[in-house]
Design a protein around this ligand. Structure first.
Ligand SMILES: [Zn+2]
Length: 225
């Protein structure tokens, strides 16, 4: 069975790949790749949010505290939903100062606050680096880098490049880093080709029905003569 580490990372940003762990959002074929705490850790490892040793430790801790693991999973899904709403609103565009709606932003702020509260500055010989404050057995630590990435993306220079895939029911988010800002699909191989195939089918269907109409006109013309 496919697990969360099989999910392709197409968003171009940790926060967007996190949002994309819900596939075919709100459609009949919706698929949540975060099927459990282990899946969340597997995804985070693949996406580079945690290191292999950290992932192993978190898995071990979660075996001891299944209740906390379930809470963190619920927190992850709530963060994902809140982040998606804000990012999707920004991707859709609109008047600055109105997008995203206040309640969308409030909801995201509530989700981000406890996670971002773990951000620390550490001194090294090379200068200050970002670090994390909380306990190493805090199961929510898998979400700290994700929350930080979400915050950085929405307030950063690339926020204007946020896009939502134009593929039917897809709703995956990505950063459009193309020169002319014209990328429409999460991946050409998925949604781009599906849309091309649909357009092709529609075109040949139209062509067939037009030929059919011409044929009918010719037939009725023949009968009239
Ligand atoms: Zn897509």
């Amino acid at each position: 069975m496919a697990d969360a580490s099989d999910l392709p990372l197409l968003g171009g940003h940790l926060s967007l790949d996190f949002a994309n762990t819900l596939e075919w959002r709100d459609s009949e074929r919706e698929k949540d790749w975060l099927t459990g705490y282990d899946a969340l850790v597997a995804w985070a490892l693949k996406a580079g949010a945690v290191e292999a040793r950290e992932a192993e430790e978190l898995r071990a801790y979660s075996d001891w505290a299944p209740g906390s693991a379930a809470e963190v999973l619920a927190e992850a899904r709530a963060l994902r939903a809140a982040f998606y709403r804000v990012a999707s609103a920004l991707a859709a565009g609109g008047a600055a100062g109105e997008i995203p709606a206040g309640d969308q932003l409030d909801d995201l702020n509530v989700r981000l606050a406890p996670l971002l509260g773990q951000t620390r500055l550490n001194r090294t010989s090379a200068g200050l680096v970002s670090a994390w404050g909380g306990a190493s057995d805090d199961l929510a630590r898998v979400l700290w880098p994700v929350a930080r990435a979400a915050f950085d993306l929405l307030t950063g220079a690339e926020a204007g490049r946020l896009r939502e895939c134009a593929g039917r029911d897809c709703h995956w988010l990505f950063l459009d880093r193309s020169k002319n800002g014209s990328r429409r699909w999460c991946a050409m191989a998925n949604c781009g080709n599906a849309a091309k195939a649909r357009r092709h089918r529609a075109k040949s269907h139209r062509a067939r029905s037009q030929r059919g109409r011409r044929q009918n006109t010719a037939d009725s013309g023949g009968q009239a003569a």
